[in-house]
Design a protein around this ligand. Structure first.
Ligand SMILES: [Zn+2]
Ligand SMILES: [Zn+2]
Length: 328
């Protein structure tokens, strides 16, 4: 299966400014000064292979939306602003004759209802097309009511009831196993203001865990996790763990304790203990620049080495960006 990140920014969208674009172009021109290129594809190769990520690209702006691709139906985690891009991509596939005009099924798994996780839904074009099926899954009792509220006056001009697709709301129970569109799926309650839930997806012997907006303490904390900490089982041997590491260690411990998010320190400690194969940091802090996110990733990789008695560890570690795709 493949996992595609449509939105990776936490809390609120973080647009790239004209000043940031200018700075990137200056750095790219400097790096290309002694080079000559025969065609566009050589320029593309140079950007991809030789420019630092922070110069040639950006971590992105959209709020959480992650697609798990395996099978005909869409499997989507959260409905942040990234969902709008997913919908637009689907519409483009229809134009190209690669998708049918209607009759598609979108399964959306909602962690919780903070704006950054639902604000893309009113802009999700496929939900306006008769014949499409949108199934929204979540653990909160008032699942439908929360979606209705966000589109009520005066917040949005089009009420949920006016969306023409067949939209269903399905309430799940944590600790129970479900089979949805060929995936085995379970959930776990997470510490977060208003409570959030993580999802574990399994299919064809592969496991992806989506666990965002969750606060975990680190081993430096007096309430350090015990071996029976339920998240160790939930993350156990995941091929990919998508993990809320919004803060660096200083912020998580000193200034943003109890804000409902975690740090890369907690990410590494839990992922190593649970024998995760690939850890992907997620819910990127909107106030962090591309450069600062790069430092956070570097610090995470360094901490993994320190945590492993200064020996290299086989777990892959990276940081999600809008447009990132992982083969699981
Ligand atoms: Zn969030
Ligand atoms: Zn939240």
């Amino acid at each position: 299966m493949r996992v595609y990140f449509w939105g990776t920014r936490g809390s609120l969208p973080a647009s790239i400014t004209a000043e940031t674009v200018r700075t990137k172009i200056v750095s790219a021109i400097k790096a290309a000064q002694s080079r000559s290129f025969n065609n566009d594809s050589e320029i593309e190769d140079f950007i991809r292979d030789e420019l630092p990520f922070t110069v040639g690209r950006t971590y992105g702006s959209n709020t959480p939306c992650v697609e798990i691709r395996n099978g005909e139906e869409y499997m989507i985690c959260d409905a942040g602003t990234g969902l709008r891009d997913l919908g637009n991509h689907h519409m483009k596939l229809i134009e190209q004759g690669l998708q049918r005009r209607s009759g598609s099924v979108f399964n959306i798994f909602v962690s919780h209802f903070h704006w950054d996780h639902i604000q893309g839904f009113p802009f999700f074009t496929p939900a306006y097309i008769p014949g499409n099926k949108v199934r929204i899954y979540g653990f909160h009792k008032n699942l439908k009511g929360f979606f209705e509220k966000q589109q009520n006056q005066p917040y949005f001009p089009v009420p949920l009831a006016s969306m023409s697709a067949d939209i269903q709301f399905i309430i799940l129970k944590p600790g129970k196993d479900y089979e949805i569109s060929g995936f085995e799926i379970s959930g776990i309650e997470q510490k977060h203001p208003g409570t959030s839930y993580g999802f574990r997806f399994q299919k064809d012997g592969r496991t992806v865990v989506y666990s965002t907006d969750a606060e975990h303490k680190t081993s430096y904390d007096s309430t350090a996790r015990e071996e029976n900490y339920p998240f160790l089982d939930f993350f156990r041997e995941a091929d990919l763990l998508i993990f809320d590491a919004q803060y660096d260690w200083n912020e998580a411990v000193l200034s943003k304790d109890d804000w409902g998010h975690s740090s890369y320190v907690a990410a590494v400690e839990l992922a190593v203990k649970a024998k995760v194969k690939h850890l992907c940091l997620f819910h990127n802090e909107p106030a962090y620049s591309d450069e600062r996110l790069d430092v956070l990733l570097e610090d995470t990789r360094n901490y993994l080495k320190i945590y492993n008695d200064h020996q290299p560890h086989p777990m892959k570690v990276d940081l999600a960006y809008d447009g990132y795709e992982i083969e699981v």
